[in-house]
Design a protein around this ligand. Sequence first.
Ligand SMILES: NC(=O)c1ccc[n+]([C@@H]2O[C@H](COP(=O)([O-])OP(=O)(O)OC[C@H]3O[C@@H](n4cnc5c(N)ncnc54)[C@H](O)[C@@H]3O)[C@@H](O)[C@H]2O)c1
Length: 343
Amino acid sequence: MSTTASTIFFGQDGFRALDQYLVKKQPSKTFVLVDDNTSVCLPTFTSKLTALDVNFEILEIPAGEDSKSLELANQLWLTLLEYGADRNALLINLGGGVVGDLGGFVAATFKRGISFIQVPTSLLAMVDASVGGKTGINIGGLKNQVGTFSEPDLVVVDASFLSSLPQEEWESGHGEMIKHALLTGNDWPEVLNWTSKDDLQKEIQHSVAMKAKVVEADFKESGLRKILNLGHTFGHAWESLMRNTSDSVAHGRAVIQGLHVALVLSQEQELQAELAKRYTWTNVSTDDFEALWHYQMADKKNENAEVQFVLLESIGSPTFSNIVTLEDWSTALLWLNQSTDVE
Ligand SMILES: NC(=O)c1ccc[n+]([C@@H]2O[C@H](COP(=O)([O-])OP(=O)(O)OC[C@H]3O[C@@H](n4cnc5c(N)ncnc54)[C@H](O)[C@@H]3O)[C@@H](O)[C@H]2O)c1
């Protein structure tokens, strides 16, 4: 399976491909970037490779979104310089979306670009962040404002890394898998019922294939790739609101909340009811409507100061750039609130 330039391999095939890659490339120096949680994946990772240079360097960053910063990128560039990294150096990003986005950005810009490999360890990074070549950091409190479209040489997706992933983070990736199932109509409603106890290697492969197909057709997001934002217009607004008012919410849970809104706006109440059986709608106070609308207006994917949603004509048939009015959006939220009250 491949997106534009990079190649995605699964399970044992992935480690075999990486071994072959290392033998062929003979990097001048190999660096493995982890955060202080994903360092737990290092023994498994190294034990599955025979061609990894025993003198590889581990670069460890603090876990969490705050690490996707210019400060951390700068520290990593300087560390690469200190180790004498040249243009044939290799950076392997072993972690979730934060490690992948930051590491990808650092590699894509260091000495105008060195090779990097994505080895995702969170479910979200496996089915979403490591596929499609977007790298980036946050600035001024805004997400992904600086970055590149740069493909890794290889993506190695192995579900065995998920054994140490916290449940909340598992649900985060599950939200994106549910989104992919709604966009394609494949594996629905089975995907909704998967749990972290299931062996998901095959299902992860399906989900990745869906994203890879869309990315291949529209790498720079000028059209079709926008469908991947299903659930994200409201989801991002919900994430921002929760960050500023109370406990933060995991990205994938916010996307699920956004999927509820998108399904009601799509007149897909039956699908929404199915979704609600697994992940209930969290009631939204009418006092927060204004702030949420404001966040949606600020979404960088909007044009002409209008709020745009990805909607479904039916399951498997998404449409993008749909303008949604404040009135229709408020009605959808009130309907969702009331549907939860009735249960
Ligand atoms: N580049 C893209 O196309 C793209 C797409 C979607 C999301 N993203 C980005 O990805 C990030 C979210 O990704 P994420 O949810 O993986 O976040 P993350 O990298 O912060 O990982 C979530 C948490 O799980 C931990 N973790 C990851 N794998 C683990 C494992 N195997 N065992 C134990 N702990 C583990 C991490 O340390 C972290 O605490 C965001 O910054 C988002 O902007 C990028």
